[in-house]
Design a binder for this molecule. Structure first.
Ligand code: HEC
Length: 415
């Protein structure tokens, strides 16, 4: 049995549509949410979408009935694999209805969407947050909500944070506390209150303690007080502020995110993307299928972990999150020279540093004055600047190619 299917077997409503898809396509990987990964479809005909929307609205009044919930699951399943923003909006509606039913199988289905359909993780997290606000006891769902903090935005983020304030469980890892500050900074001031309540819940530090002098502070002022508190408490962590792009950057995050979001890529994109991947220097540090070195994280199956917007964020802002498995260090020698980059094991008595250009330097241990951890990512900034929009699309198409998907045509054909 294919693991995708056995996982989905927990959702009775899905079995029918899965088997149906299986019979039609002859490929079990077209089944269920995994379709979003294996085959991406463009937009759905407007009439079909509006029919499904009308049906969804009708089902909303019958959530207590099993057949209605099954039909909602089948509708969501039908919509999976489309990148169209209108489809995402309807899926959010369907998933939220399923969450409101508080039914065990419906919740299990939403969790499966979260796990298997990376691109729709934010909608699934939003739906789970509605459930958790009602029943803040299930720790498995708490973990899903925490994991969603890197993708939820706007109203979704507000709802997820609201749910997290309901749990007794607290996150104490600075990585997540920093995330809440970052999310708060992006919200309109009127919505920032929930991030402040969550920070207080998790850190046990009250805004009043941070703002001793001021009785009445705005949400912005309180968040900035938490930023300063964070900097003092964890001086070695990344700064709790959004990294900025250099003035001269050719590409802006918001603009690229919006333009890339609805695009569906094909074999030709992937084929050209492999060349861009090498031209842009990614291959110097990242392995992807059969290309590239292993200095940074392996990107062969990265699309199973990260959404397109997260990939873009990671590429534009290498300092947004650091990966502990690839620590950067700064080495100071007795003669006053410094080297920064990834440290690797060299010959006995020698430390090897690989800088962001991929240049290797060997330093005798006896010449080393100090080695300190660096808060600077070794991944270079500005890698997209020399690329055209077309090249960026091709690069993303190549990076998104999944090693374990039958669509991984580069394995068979080698673009
Ligand atoms: C000099 C080495 C280097 C180069 C060149 C480089 N990266 Fe990275 N990259 C890293 C490291 C190291 C990380 C881990 C995050 C960190 O600690 O900075 C990373 C992280 C990433 C991530 C996030 C992975 C995850 O697990 O979430 C993506 C995506 C990525 N890089 C894509 C690229 C692309 C695309 C290029 C080419 C345009 C590129 N990188 C060039 C070193 C590099």
């Amino acid at each position: 049995m294919y693991p995708q299917i056995s996982r989905l077997m927990n959702c009775p409503g899905l079995i029918v549509s899965c088997l149906f898809a299986f019979l039609l396509s002859g490929s079990p990987l077209l089944c269920g949410s995994t379709a979003a990964i294996a085959v991406e479809k463009g937009s759905l005909p407007a009439s079909e979408l509006s029919n499904l929307e009308t049906e969804t609205d009708q089902l909303a009044s019958r959530l207590d009935q099993r057949d209605a919930r099954r039909r909602l699951i089948a509708i969501d399943d039908e919509l999976s694999g489309h990148r169209d923003p209108e489809v995402s909006r309807l899926r959010e509606k369907v998933l939220c209805l399923l969450a409101r039913s508080l039914d065990k199988n419906a919740i299990q289905y939403i969790r499966t969407v979260f796990e298997t359909d990376t691109e729709h993780r934010d909608e699934a997290a939003y739906a789970l947050s509605l459930y958790a606000i009602q029943k803040p006891s299930d720790l498995a769902i708490w973990r899903f909500l925490i994991r969603s903090l890197t993708v939820v935005e706007g109203d979704q983020a507000v709802s997820v944070m609201k749910a997290l304030t309901r749990y007794r469980q607290r996150a104490t890892n600075p990585r997540w506390i920093r995330r809440i500050i970052l999310i708060g900074l992006r919200l309109p001031e009127s919505d920032q209150g929930v991030s402040i309540r969550l920070l207080q819940h998790w850190t046990n530090v009250r805004p009043a303690e941070l703002l001793k002098m001021k009785a009445k502070a705005t949400n912005c002022e309180i968040l900035s007080a938490y930023q300063n508190w964070f900097r003092k408490k964890w001086p070695n962590e990344l700064d709790p502020a959004w990294p900025k792009l250099p003035e001269k950057s050719r590409w802006r995050y918001e603009e690229l995110k919006k333009k890339l979001a609805p695009l569906v890529f094909d074999k030709e994109n992937v084929k050209r993307g492999k060349t861009v991947y090498q031209k842009a220097g990614c291959a110097k540090c990242h392995r992807k299928g059969d290309v590239g070195e292993n200095l940074g994280p392996d990107l062969s199956d990265i699309a199973g972990l990260r959404q397109r917007k997260e990939l873009l964020e990671a590429i534009l802002f290498p300092n947004l999150e650091l990966n502990e498995d690839y620590p950067s260090v700064t080495v100071l020698t007795t003669s006053g020279k410094t080297y920064s980059g990834l440290m690797s094991v060299g010959k006995a008595g020698v430390v090897q540093i690989i800088d962001s250009e991929g240049k290797k330097s060997s330093i005798e241990k006896g010449d080393i004055e100090s080695i300190s951890p660096s808060r600077q990512s070794n991944m270079p900034v500005g890698t997209l600047d020399p690329l055209s929009f077309q090249e960026i699309c091709d690069l993303i198409a190549f990076v998104e190619l999944r090693a374990n998907s039958p669509q991984a045509y580069h394995r068979k054909e080698g673009p």
